[in-house]
Design a protein around this ligand. Structure first.
Ligand code: HEC
Ligand code: HEC
Length: 324
């Protein structure tokens, strides 16, 4: 399946659901994609020109912030949440751990204006871009008009991030019965354990149901983050967070909204031994998941099949190498 307006293709496998994102505002041109890529990797979007989107969203780790439990922004300030992966965003129905942003084209305003992240105003960003010869020329190539506006800036960032799609892992090749997709007995067994215990929330093929659930983590009493409830003010949403995708999970450590777990082993120990009972705990987790040591190993081996090296090392998504 593919969506195309100009010269850019948005491809995805046939058996995937239709994307939720409405592509009509994007030009779907290579020029806009490249403009978005420049912006994504450029610290010009932050107040003191030190932090870019890529500072917290690194390609080789599935566009998340490696080695940081809570993300690190401007002046070394620490945020309250773990950076999220950026992939397959066109299928999301909301953004952020609590779903606080409901439209991809507006999402970039949050990190730009957050005082712990880039601490900049949109007006200043637009002024800085309008003063730059390089950007005037790049915006002209997209819009035949060199005036930079906030909206055009957001659209270009969207054009870049919406193309970051991952569907070429070993798991995908197994499903498509392609070369490189032969599952070992252990991987097959891991997949069935996954389907039985995890897929009700981390549903194939995107490995998320795009809903908010309480998966039974202990409340961290310093952060006191109640997740979705902060947005809806409804106590039924207390401690619910967005079910994240598990694609490329091998490389996106640390895990959970506050990055509390360093390893997938710890994640499995949580699900099998440490799920906290509470009013909002997901019904799927009320009954303890029981896995033997061997079953845990098989499940971990299966999770590694979600690694998509073609995506993680795709040069089209990397730091733009140019002398503009
Ligand atoms: C200082 C670190 C930091 C910077 C800089 C940063 N982000 Fe993020 N990003 C995060 C964190 C943390 C979250 C989760 C926020 C939350 O849940 O409150 C996030 C979430 C996101 C999401 C939501 C993903 C999803 O599946 O819901 C997108 C998209 C995103 N960032 C894109 C960007 C873009 C584009 C930029 C540059 C304009 C950027 N980020 C800059 C840390 C950062
Ligand atoms: C009831 C729904 C539900 C079930 C069932 C479930 N999860 Fe989750 N999972 C979640 C939610 C919600 C989060 C995010 C929680 C948070 O950060 O507060 C999550 C987070 C994760 C993460 C961390 C992802 C990241 O990017 O930080 C991993 C890994 C994970 N789950 C694996 C599993 C495995 C393996 C199973 C089966 C043993 C499983 N989950 C079962 C809802 C579920």
């Amino acid at each position: 399946m593919a969506i195309k307006h100009k010269d850019l293709f948005f491809d995805y496998p046939e058996y995937w659901p239709k994307p939720n994102y409405d592509f009509s505002k994007l030009s779907m041109s290579e020029n806009e994609f490249q403009l978005g890529r420049q912006l994504f990797y450029d610290p010009i979007l932050s107040r003191d020109n030190t932090i870019s989107c890529a500072s917290c969203h690194l390609q080789a780790t599935g566009f998340t912030h490696v080695d940081h439990d809570l993300s690190h922004g401007i002046d070394g300030r620490i945020g309250t949440r773990n950076s999220m992966t950026i992939m397959n965003l066109a299928w999301n129905t909301s953004f952020m751990w609590d779903g606080g942003v409901n439209h991809l084209e507006l999402q970039a305003l949050a990190p730009i204006s957050s005082e712990n992240e880039m601490d900049e105003t949109l007006a200043n960003v637009v002024d800085k871009l309008n003063e730059s010869k390089k950007y005037k020329s790049l915006f002209f190539q997209v819009h035949q008009d060199s005036l930079v506006t906030g909206q055009k800036t957001f659209l270009a960032l969207t054009q870049f991030v919406v193309m970051l799609n991952s569907y070429n892992s070993k798991y995908d090749k197994y499903i498509r019965k392609e070369a490189g997709g032969d599952f070992t007995e252990q991987e097959k067994n891991g997949l069935s354990i996954f389907r039985e215990n995890c897929a009700s929330c981390h549903k194939e093929p995107l490995f998320t149901i795009n809903e908010f659930k309480n998966n039974g983590l202990k409340v961290d009493t310093t952060l006191n983050d109640y997740g979705r409830m902060l947005i809806t003010q409804n106590s039924k949403d207390s401690l619910k967070f967005k079910v994240p995708t598990l694609r490329n999970i091998q490389f996106t450590a640390p895990y959970m909204h506050d990055g509390r777990f360093e390893t997938l082993q710890e994640v499995l120990d949580h699900y099998t031994a440490d799920v906290q009972e509470s009013k909002t705990l997901a019904t799927e987790l009320k009954k303890t998941i029981q896995l033997s040591h061997i079953e845990k190993v098989d499940l971990l081996v299966f999770l590694r099949t979600l690694t998509d090296k073609e995506f993680l090392f795709d040069k089209r998504f990397s730091f733009p190498n140019n002398n503009l």
